[in-house]
Ligand binder design. Sequence first.
Ligand code: CTP
Length: 399
Amino acid sequence: MLQGKKILIGISGSIAAYKTILLVRILIKQGAEVKVIMTPAAADFVSPLVLETLSKNKVVIGLADGAQWSNHVMLGRWADLFVIAPASCNTLAKMAQGLCDNLLLAVYLSATCPVMIAPAMDEDMWRHPATQKNIQLLGEYGNHLMTVAHGELASGLIGEGRMAEPEDILVCILETFFRGTALQGKKVMITAGPTYEAIDPVRFIGNHSSGKMGFALAEAMYLQGADVTLITGPTHEKIQFRGINIQKVVSAAEMFAACEALFPETDIAIMSAAVADFSPSVVAAEKIKKQSAALSISLSPTNDILKYIGTRKTQKQYVVGFALETENEKANALSKLKSKNADCIVLNSLRDEAAGFGVNTNKVTILDKSGEEWVTALKSKKAIAEDIVSFIISHLHAE
Ligand code: CTP
């Protein structure tokens, strides 16, 4: 997602500087080009050598390096984003006042790219009115400020002031500065996870779906600029990006009601949920007691949500179905594509090793209504989601 993006990291003097080492590593793993500048105080907390090795770029600290002047103006122009993490109380105050007694501050004042700030300090310093005023000023200047976390501080006290975790900084960087535009303005509805069909107040009929694929799709669509609503059955998965709307449902009937309400406003619908096909005809009001005779539960069919929206979709709406098969995979998937009137169907075979329920990897075949067939390699569900999104983007415009 950050392939080719240039990110400048500024580190000031704070214990939290150790976390920035990890931040540099994960930014590099995302494909970003990273350069690091440090205040002289920061070099007391973390070694420039480590940062230089990880970033594969020389770390700059002073305005002059030997006989050479460090060109702060060009550093600020080189970057697509300048992230100051950690920003100590002292550095924040100087930034707010426009002071310029080190290279980091000179780059900040001359930067033409967006600036993101992750403060770190002890709670009492954080709560001081002078700090709060500086934070407010820095926000007014157009900087993006990350909130501090609550937890154990370097002083040993517990409170507010911890620098955000590197993974959270990465999520914020992706969400705030580097979302794509291919799906900008498109409203996307995604179903995910299993549904639970109540038998009595204690028991239900469910399935093994983890929701991982649907959640990965929601994030991949969102990172391409879409306005995403994820309608999910019970799952342990969490969405990283704050901008994704989540509607939690439990049963097939609740999922149907949520989709029915949202579909008229939807441009693209992706139905990746493992919706129960049957639901107990009657839900016992009290817990069913153990009995010696065999127990039969009468089941009634649920609404087929994909079929419902497939038969109502307009020319402008694009509908993606999923098919999970254990035999005659392609024939079954093609028959679902047709009977449910989807634009394409993503086929998962439970016969593919390391694909399917619960695992982090998957391998799929996308079958298009025009007869096109696209097979992916075995990859992480995140990478598969990106492939499916690319397929949707290229086929949307072919409509
Ligand atoms: N689906 C749905 N509503 C249902 C059942 C399925 O929207 N009540 C959707 C799934 O989200 C998926 C597609 O239909 O996109 C195919 O689901 P799958 O379980 O593979 O097929 P079924 O139609 O349920 O058929 P079968 O269980 O017989 O394979």
